[in-house]
Design a protein around this ligand. Sequence first.
Ligand code: ADP
Ligand code: MG
Ligand code: MG
Length: 881
Amino acid sequence: TTYVYDFAKGNRDMKDLLGGKGANLAEMTNLGLPVPPGFTITTEACRQYLAEGTEPDGLAEEVDAHLAALERTMGRALGDAGDPLLVSVRSGAAFSMPGMMETVLNVGLTDSSVAGLAASTGNERFAWDSYRRLIQMFGKTVCGVPGEAFDRALDDAEREHGAAQETALDAAALRALVTTFKKIFKDHTGQDFPQDPREQLRLAIHAVFDSWNAERAILYRRQERIPADLGTAVNVVAMVFGNLGDDSGTGVAFTRDPGTGQRGIYGDYLQNAQGEDVVAGIRNTVPLQDLERIDRGSYDELMRAMSTLEDHYKDLCDIEFTVERGKLWMLQTRVGKRTAAAAFVIATQLVDEGVIDLDEALCRVTGKQLAQLMFPNFGAGGSDRPVARGVAASPGAAVGKVVFSAERAVELAGEGEDVILVRRETNPDDLPGMIAARGVLTSRGGKTSHAAVVARGMGKTCVCGADALEVDVRRGQFTVDGRVVREGDVVSIDGATGDIYLGAVPVEPSPVVQYFEGEIGPDSGVLVRAVHRILSHADSLRALGVRTNADTGPDAARARRFGAQGVGLCRTEHMFLGERRALVERLILAQDEAGRKAALEELLPLQRDDFVEILREMDGLPVTVRLIDPPLHEFLPDLEKLAVSVAVAEATGKEPGRDGELLAAVHRMHEQNPMLGLRGVRLGLVVPGLFDMQVRAVAEAARLLKRDGGDPRPEIMVPLVGTVQELEIVRAAAEKTIAEVDPGVDVSIGTMIELPRAAMTAGQIATAAEFFSFGTNDLTQLTWGFSRDDVEGSFFPRYLEHGIFGVSPFESIDPDGVGRLVRIAAEEGRKARPDLHLGVCGEHGGDPESVHFFASVPLDYVSCSPFRVPVARLEAGRAAV
Ligand code: ADP
Ligand code: MG
Ligand code: MG
């Protein structure tokens, strides 16, 4: 194996082996750009070093040979006493991990070579400054000396010399500082600062290898889902000096504006400085344009280099460069990170410039970026100081008056006020309040708490789990940071960051959503135009349909505007809440057939109206109605509340009445594991008339719409089926009911696949189902055997820490386990019934990674919340490129 590559030998396709930095340094070298000579030690060497704890055999010899070649090219020897060559030793992994790993500059300086550097550059101050930087960086990164020790000594020196900043320290002061730094080094390591340049180089290389496993690097990889076993490459680069005087300097540049995508010259420049000074923000930089005035020659050359890079990479590049006494050196480039808006704008600009085609443009943007563009934001106003921070649960920027109950939220919103619903945590009873509110703020719960899941589903801004908030609902106030916030006080919450502000921070609506809503046309500005073009292209390519989960007419209508091709999941249980709860209670408490029938008959027209509304909004498109799914006792009042009210009644000698009956019912229906109990299809088989009423409501709604000339396309979906027999019974009854209502209405009947047994017997189930919809939330719960409502606060954080999964399987589908069940069921289902229609309606339907998985199965469609519809369209298009 070869462990070391000269820059002239590599290229940009060798990122895995040379890291991004090394591969691009090689690419620039081969493009003829002015890159200081150097070589790259491969990630393979790093992997072996990390596995064995020692350098792989032969690495030392290869490094020696390449160093010798470098010395010949430069005409100088590393650490030479007369005219020293210095090098930087730089980390660089295959995936960019900005600032996560280590780099050591000025390697090769010693007590003797520092004099040579001073002599050869004629700049004593510069030589001592470089030496003290080396001891500082080397001490910190190679030997673990605490950085504060050096910082303190530097502060002391500045104070002693009355210097406002380090640039004001003269050669003598810096020389004295070097003595102090060497003492600090010895105090902490027990050793003298190494005076052998080769030894310095060897140790610095090891330190860069080791920095792959620095704590922050591990954390960053986990967050960004970068595999843990790739290792980093090490780049050894001849030093060039931006700190030789005012004719020198260092800077960063972008070939386009990474904030907006606009073409132009963007970047920062700092005279008389070394690279890391720009990033560290030690001194104020000047805009890159000023370089034209400072050093016309270097500026022109930089402009040429930038256009060479753009032409070559066909994308926005970012660049690190240094000017040494009027000569430009390129130190790094990569295809640059950019904001979501810039990603769309740049991709379409490049199409217009004839550089890439639309397929490529589509690949250069992501659903995640599109989602970001859909949230309103605080714009520049968000620079106020937040008073607390919670979990960024559902993005968006919301400003409003604080309320502490769903009723007040509805009331005030009805009067036209913007409100923020603040609760310790939310429950299904808060739903109307959540709908009415601009945003939801809780002091408890994580990313999958009720508040978070529901808010995300609605596209509502939510910050949850802000435990700095002391929420006292009874007194109608919360305290934070010693301040009391009462009902009616204004707060602002940022669901993208989790920041909470007291008072109103100005909000800007998202133009992209205005465009989806049809409020503005596709020609409204560069960003909207870019989104329109790319999304239209995605639609033209994709085979995967996109439907929406919607329980109300307005939701369905919005989703349709957002491009939904039908409703993939209409949850009927939401129609049993609010004032209809009383009817459900009557149904449950009914003593006899007649009582039950009466309750159902009252529910029927209400359900029918719900369906009419949704079917009308989705006229001509399929609407999948799921029959009632949750255990019925979820519709009864809370056990504790009932027990208290019954106890109070008894103590005061009153009849407990209805509450007594309800309490008895709650006791009777109690289940140890309600999620595994009497729910889904089991309800339909046990509670006479319940499913029948729902089927009848669907059929009647369809008949009404048809009579008015509409084109309703309802589908009935039976939940939680585990065996074909269950489905056959429900199906027979449903067909009979539909025929009774109107033999002419066409309603297809299918099932959710959400039990592992259903997936494993899909071939049988398909004989009774015209469609499957994968309920991946339950399928995930039941395949892994953990409850979605409980894991978040208990063992998930530890699992993520251990890297057992990089992301919760409730967020992105687990392809190997749950995904395998989906594949098996799809394949066997289609074998039994070739025209079986297949979709997915779990939360995963709007998750970008999962969309790619479902496209690969392939399913016919995904269904997701209205706000995720455009995201799913985009990702389905990307999956088809
Ligand atoms: P990071 O990946 O954190 O940006 P780098 O390896 O790019 O770390 O180096 C840190 C800084 O040092 C950068 O500003 C870079 O431009 C500068 N630098 C690195 N190598 C050299 C060199 N050979 N000569 C001059 N400056 C250098
Ligand atoms: Mg860099
Ligand atoms: Mg389910």
